[in-house]
Design a protein around this ligand. Structure first.
Ligand SMILES: C[S@@+](CC[C@H](N)C(=O)[O-])C[C@H]1O[C@@H](n2cnc3c(N)ncnc32)[C@H](O)[C@@H]1O
Length: 258
C-alpha cells in the first residue's frame, strides 16, 4: 500500500512538474511575441512609466556607485535609468529577445544574459550586489523560495531588495478568484502590445507574497501602494481614476540585515 501511495504521489508530482513547464513555456512565448512592441512602448506606457517606475525608483533611492542586479530586466529600461544615475547594472531575463533589446538599448553598457528567475544563479558570487530590483515579474514564478534565497545570497550585508508585484487584492478581483489562499495559475489576454496575446501567471495571497522574503531572511522595510502620476492622467484618464481608488501594484523594499 505504502509503495502504491509513493507511486501515485510521484506520478502526481510528475504531472504537476509538466504543467509548470508548460506554463513556463507559454509565458516565454508570450514575451518573445511582444518583446519588440514592449520595448517600443516601455518609455511611456502609463502602467510602467507613470505608475510602477516612479514608486519602485523611489524605493531604490540613490544608486550612484552601486552594483545592481535587475532581475527579469525586460528590454532594459530600469537598467538604462539606473546606469544614467551612476550605477553598474547586471540584468537577466528568460526571454532572449528581451535580453537582446536590453543590450541594444544600453549600447554595450551593463551586462545582460538569459536566465530563468526560478533557477539558481550559480555563476554569481555571494554578496555581489548592493541592490536587487525585480519589477513586475515575480507573478510569473510559481514558487518564490529559490528566487528569494538567491536574492538574499547575492546581496551584500545591508543590501536592499526592491520588488514591484501585481497587488494581491487587485489580482483576486481581476481573476474573479474564489480561492484567495491558493497559489492559482491564471491567464488573461493582453491587447496593448500588438494584437491579442495570452499571458499566463500565478496569483497568490498577501501572505504568500510576503512570507518567502521573510523566510529567506529579509527584513521588510517599506511597502508602497503606488498612485498614478499626472502624466498617467493625461494619457489614460479612465485607468487613472480607477488607480486613484484601488491599487493594481504593490512595491516593497526589504533589507538583508546580516
Ligand atoms: C512585465 S515585464 C517587466 C520587465 C522589466 N522588469 C520592467 O519593469 O520594465 C516581465 C518580464 O519578466 C520576464 N520573465 C517572465 N518569466 C520569467 C522568468 N521565469 N525568469 C526571468 N524572467 C522572466 C519577461 O520575459 C518580461 O521581460
Amino acid at each position: 500500500m505504502a509503495l502504491l501511495r509513493v507511486g501515485r504521489m510521484g506520478r502526481l508530482r510528475d504531472i504537476n512538474d509538466q504543467i509548470s513547464l508548460m506554463v513556463k513555456q507559454k509565458i516565454l512565448r508570450a514575451y518573445e511575441q511582444m518583446a519588440k512592441k514592449y520595448d517600443e512602448l516601455i518609455d511611456h506606457k502609463p502602467h510602467n512609466a507613470y505608475y510602477d517606475r516612479p514608486t519602485t525608483l523611489q524605493l531604490i533611492g540613490d544608486v550612484a556607485g552601486k552594483n545592481i542586479l535587475d532581475a527579469a530586466c525586460g528590454p532594459g529600461k530600469y537598467a538604462e535609468i539606473l546606469m544614467a544615475a551612476g550605477a553598474q547594472v547586471t540584468g537577466f531575463d528568460v526571454s532572449p529577445t528581451m535580453v537582446e533589446l536590453a543590450k541594444a538599448r544600453n549600447h554595450g553598457k551593463g551586462h545582460f544574459f538569459v536566465h530563468d528567475l526560478s533557477e539558481r544563479l550559480a555563476d554569481l558570487a555571494d554578496e555581489t550586489f548592493d541592490i536587487i530590483v525585480c519589477a513586475l515579474a515575480l507573478h510569473y514564478i510559481e514558487d518564490w523560495t529559490v528566487t528569494m534565497q538567491e536574492f538574499f545570497r547575492l546581496l551584500k550585508a545591508g543590501g536592499k531588495l526592491v520588488i514591484s508585484i501585481e497587488h494581491p487584492f487587485s489580482e483576486y478581483q481581476y481573476y474573479q478568484s474564489k480561492k484567495y489562499f491558493e497559489i492559482e495559475h491564471v491567464h488573461t489576454d493582453w491587447r496593448g502590445f500588438g494584437g491579442s496575446i495570452e499571458v499566463h501567471c500565478y496569483r497568490r495571497s498577501l501572505t504568500d507574497c510576503l512570507m518567502p522574503l521573510i523566510k529567506a531572511g529579509f527584513q521588510l522595510e517599506e511597502i508602497l501602494e503606488p498612485k498614478p502620476t499626472e502624466e498617467f492622467e493625461k494619457l489614460d484618464p479612465r485607468h487613472y481614476q480607477e488607480l486613484m481608488n484601488f491599487p493594481a501594484f504593490l512595491c516593497l523594499k526589504a533589507v538583508k540585515v546580516r
